[in-house]
Ligand binder design. Structure first.
Ligand code: PMV
Length: 309
């Protein structure tokens, strides 16, 4: 009798990356922010094993997030009786403001919940991913995990440790953006958040102003308006907050020089790069030529994509 192998059972899930269109850092202090799920994704698959081993593999160097996701999933539900191999593939640049850790974590938690035979429940999933984010970052607002779990465009606010989440309808007049890498930050999100907190007396007013700009941007978004000036203002305030490095500032000023707008869209960074920059210009071709001339990597991305699946 030929020894026919049974097809391998796989519990698959994927989650998008995210970017913050307006309101980063201030969102940690209870101000509203607008974020969007992006078209880059992380995929995970949990493959049951014959033995009791748990193995972790990822195309992005660190498997710590995978282990953490497994630990938090099992402590929220139950330990699995069977072993498994958890594998991850992600297209999302690490540590660049695109929510790589939240996305990897959401994809892992979701595939492990399927492995445990749990029904899909985004609220429970979001809670577990937030638990992993709390260990990776210092006092995260919860916007990263919420955006990658629910997808689309998210108006987010944290009040007394509770998330106020509204999924917004796509603004038909939201223009096309491109993203440029200003360099991977040397600092982690945790370090950047702590840096802002270390000078909270000086930064309080700036954070309140970022909150105001984000509120205005969100209300425009809901009325299907788009005012690039608000993004420029948001960026200036982030510079005053001290989270934007020289390399990113140089790119931003080049973009502004040809009539465009660019801003950091995550925690930022000052020692080296500040992560991904979001760029808008009426004439994106002009910006593309400029970035090419400067030898800078850029890519198009669509916003408002599907959350975890
Ligand atoms: O750099 P990212 O993708 O982790 O974004 C962090 C956003 C912050 O507002 C700086 C922190 C937070 O928890 O909201």
């Amino acid at each position: 009798m030929p020894n026919r192998k049974r097809p391998q059972m796989k519990f698959k899930s994927s989650a998008p990356g995210k970017l913050i269109i307006s309101g980063e850092h201030a969102v940690v202090y209870g101000y509203p922010a607008l974020s969007a799920a992006v078209s880059l994704r992380a995929s995970a698959e949990a493959i049951p094993r014959e033995d009791k081993k748990q193995t972790f593999k990822s195309n992005i160097a660190d498997v710590a997030v995978l282990k953490l996701a497994a630990e938090k999933t099992f402590s929220a539900f139950r330990q699995p009786e069977q072993g498994f191999s958890l594998r991850v593939r992600s297209d999302i640049p690490v540590g660049s403001g695109l929510g790589s850790s939240a996305s990897v974590s959401a994809a892992c938690v979701s595939s492990l919940l399927k492995f445990l035979g749990k029904k899909k429940n985004k609220e429970a999933l979001n809670k577990i991913v937030y638990e992993t984010e709390k260990e990776v970052h210092a006092n995260p607002s919860g916007i990263d995990n919420t955006t990658v779990v629910y997808g689309g465009f998210i108006k987010f606010k944290k009040i007394n440790d509770k998330f106020k989440i509204r999924q917004l309808r796509k603004n038909r007049f939201l223009p096309e953006f491109i993203l440029v890498q200003s360099g991977q930050p040397k600092e982690t999100t945790k370090e950047m958040v702590l840096m802002v907190r270390a000078n909270i007396d000086k930064n309080k007013q700036i954070l309140a102003k970022i909150g105001k700009v984000a509120k205005e941007f969100i209300s425009d978004f809901e009325e299907e308006k788009f005012n690039p000036e608000l993004l420029r203002e948001n960026q200036r305030l982030l510079e005053r907050l001290g989270v934007v490095g020289k390399r990113a500032q140089k790119i931003i000023h080049l973009v502004e020089g040809v009539g465009g707008v660019a801003k950091v869209c995550g925690a930022g960074g000052v020692k080296a790069g500040s992560g991904i920059l979001l760029i808008y210009c009426k004439d994106l071709n002009e910006i593309k030529l400029l970035l090419k001339k400067e030898g800078l990597d850029f890519f198009s991305v669509s916003l408002g994509k599907e959350g975890v699946r």
